[in-house]
Design a protein around this ligand. Structure first.
Ligand SMILES: Cc1cc2nc3c(=O)[nH]c(=O)nc-3n(C[C@H](O)[C@H](O)[C@H](O)COP(=O)(O)O)c2cc1C
Length: 329
């Protein structure tokens, strides 16, 4: 059975990308309250040397957004520990384990994990294989196109495939690129031509047109969307509706639920000031993606509220003024 089934209208399998920090549990729950995507990947669980597997594993809740599956992503390079962690994830009910070969953070790459694995295809193969051999659930890998450059791109793709992973997600920027230059979708097409396992296309999908263009240009098997979903939480529904040939108008009530679920899901111990900052971060992305709201973005971001409800009361009229195209029925 395919792991990345298309919907009945031919819409590719849609995944919500892992986004450490911004895309935390509250965000995933808020997104799940709107729906539209088929699966999400949790942000990475770092598996450091001397990791205490059981306590680390507590950070992962496989049924967090049930019935939508939530894959666990691991980042590390100690084969034995990665295998042990993967077994623990499987025991907890993870539907899939994803190996992070993309994180650019220096604290991470310093220890040889994340995008550092792209410097040595043979080592990437070893780490991926240790996970594949440890569990019976599907193992996948998410990678950038290289560390400093793309000179090892093909070697890394083949090393990943030969490790026994089921599919690969490609964010076609090098570690050195960070998030600066546009994602090089040509590289996704190259990966598709080279590999026999499925390839998930990722990077810079902000609109339905981008999603269609990504599929047409690369032939990728599925789509993963990160920042585009913070900017426009309805993007998955819009893509699905396009394939179904039906119009989709986002509902005001859904947007309100999205913000409410987000607020309600922030853990109790988080202080109010931090809650407001989290809401501002989320709103900041949202305002950026809506032309009608762009001019008001600074007003929202520089507002001084210590209480999350007061901040929402303040922000709501701006949303109402800008989002006239939302359905109020
Ligand atoms: C704030 C942030 C945190 C991220 N954290 C992760 C992560 O934990 N694991 C991972 O594989 N990718 C991570 N990424 C990369 C995204 O999953 C994705 O590959 C990248 O943002 C490109 O896709 P997009 O243009 O749709 O956002 C992160 C990206 C951002 C912006």
């Amino acid at each position: 059975m395919t792991l990345l089934p298309k919907d009945p209208h031919g819409c590719p399998y849609l995944q919500l990308a892992p986004m450490e920090g911004v895309g935390d549990s509250s965000f995933r729950k808020a997104m799940a309250s709107i729906g539209g995507f088929d699966e999400a990947v949790r942000d990475f669980l770092r598996v450091p040397r001397q990791a205490h597997i059981e306590s680390l594993a507590r950070q992962y809740t496989p049924h967090e957004i049930a019935p939508i599956p939530l894959a666990a992503q691991l980042m590390g390079s100690e084969c034995d520990l990665m295998a042990a962690m993967a077994r623990e994830m499987e025991k907890k009910g993870a539907p899939r384990i994803d190996l992070n070969c993309g994180c650019p953070s220096n604290t991470v790459t310093g220890k040889g994990a994340g995008s550092s694995l792209l410097k040595e295809p043979a080592f990437l193969h070893e780490v991926a294989q240790s996970i594949v051999q440890a569990v019976s659930i599907p193992v996948t890998l998410k990678m950038r196109s290289g560390f400093d450059d793309t000179s090892l791109f093909k070697e890394n793709l083949l090393a990943a495939q030969e490790s026994g992973i089921r599919y690969l997600t490609l964010h076609p920027r090098t570690k050195a690129d960070g998030y600066g230059p546009p994602a090089k979708w040509d590289l996704i097409a190259e990966a598709k031509a080279l590999l026999t396992i499925p390839v998930v296309g990722n990077g810079d999908i902000l609109t339905v047109a981008d999603a269609l263009q990504m599929v047409a240009h690369t032939g990728c098997d599925a789509l993963m969307i990160g920042r585009g979903s913070i900017i426009n939480p309805f993007i998955f529904h819009q893509i699905k509706a396009h394939y179904a040939g039906v119009p989709y108008v986002p509902k005001w009530d859904d947007l309100m639920r999205y913000f409410q679920v987000y607020q309600d899901s922030v853990p109790e111990e988080i202080p109010d000031k931090t809650r407001v900052n989290k809401l501002k971060q989320l709103m900041g992305f949202f305002f950026k993606g809506n032309e009608a709201l762009l001019a008001m973005r600074q007003t929202i971001l520089t507002s001084q509220y210590a209480d999350p409800s007061a901040f929402m009361q303040f922000a709501l009229p701006y949303l109402e003024k800008g989002l006239t195209f939302f359905s109020r029925e």
